[in-house]
Design a protein around this ligand. Structure first.
Ligand code: CIZ
Length: 304
């Protein structure tokens, strides 16, 4: 089947199943183009939960599909490739969180959305890169356990000096591929360009940026800025949406190496198979889902 045939068949099945297709900002271009909604993981999961769809096809990685399942227990959530995991999320498990709590009994646990449902179930409150500073700032007490991304944690710490964050040694291998020399080289060539990077980047990279922002934050910044050229330090999939929404502006990837191999596992063929067979389904045990929902809802209450 060629792409047009694949897309026609996907659309037929999508209507038959009353399904909605969500694509994360880091997805393959052709997947973003057929999605009903594109965005960051929380935005996608929240918007999908407000629809009447019976089925969510989540084109992203597993923790994102789990977040959708946490917020939409009455819907069937499909992740077209079960190998689409997240190395950062896999760097911490529920037992690690329990051990951290024992070591720091008075410190609340904030977990970045890039964690499994089982980890979220053991934490007090979730956060995204867009709201982490607000979430941390809302908590009482000085010591706060922040998991699992040490670079996002370091960035949040720099913005919340009255708190003491206890960090976990987690990192995103894709964002670590962006090096300070990549930014400096491009900045040298395009001195008027604005540098926007994701806070999962190395601290030396974040320190060179005009702004460290989530993917949704970068989309907003690019739209509102008067600058004509942007050096973008995140997974290169985001450039598709930036270019589409701002055709008169230029977006340069900080590094072409910043490609998440897990995100790119989702293809049109796999979306079609998923809709044909109605699997692989994301299933979360009820007790874990309910506890994880508490930590997600606490975040939503703070940022809503
Ligand atoms: O929450 C998300 O979608 C992630 C992992 C990144 C972002 O900034 O959108």
């Amino acid at each position: 089947m060629n792409n047009t045939e694949l897309i026609n068949r996907i659309n037929e099945l999508k209507n038959k199943r009353n399904a909605i297709i969500l694509a994360h900002n880091y997805q393959n271009v052709e997947v973003q183009d057929i999605a009903d909604i594109t965005g960051d993981s929380l935005e996608l999961s929240r918007k999908a939960s407000q629809t009447k769809a019976d089925v969510i096809v989540f084109c992203g990685v597993s923790f994102m599909a789990e977040t959708a399942a946490i917020l939409s227990p009455e819907k069937k959530v499909l992740l077209p490739d079960t190998n689409a995991g997240c190395p950062l999320a896999n760097m911490i498990n529920a037992e690690d969180v329990i051990a951290l709590r024992k070591k720091y009994p008075n410190a609340p646990v904030v977990s970045y959305v890039n964690t499994s449902a089982a980890v979220k179930a053991e934490t007090d409150i979730a956060c995204t890169s867009a709201n982490a500073i607000k979430v941390v700032g809302s908590l009482k007490g000085k010591e706060i356990i922040f998991i699992p991304d040490k670079y996002l944690g370091t960035y949040v710490q720099s913005k919340t000096p009255d708190k003491k964050l206890i960090l976990w040694e987690g990192y995103c291998p894709t964002h670590l591929k962006i090096l300070p020399e990549h930014i400096l080289e491009l900045k040298n060539k395009y001195p008027d360009a604005k540098v926007i990077v994701h806070p999962e980047c190395r601290t030396e990279v974040a320190n060179l940026a005009d702004a460290a922002l989530s993917t949704s934050g970068m989309i907003k910044y690019a739209k509102e800025s008067n600058a004509k050229t942007f050096i973008v330090g995140t997974e290169i999939g985001l450039l598709h949406k930036l270019k589409k929404e701002n055709p008169e502006k230029t977006f340069l990837p900080a590094s072409n190496l910043a490609v998440c191999p897990n995100m790119k596992l989702i293809t049109l063929e796999k979306i079609l198979w998923s809709l044909e067979e109605m699997k692989p389904e994301v299933l979360i045990p009820k007790d874990i889902r309910e506890k994880a929902l508490n930590s997600v809802n606490r975040m939503i209450e703070i940022v809503a």
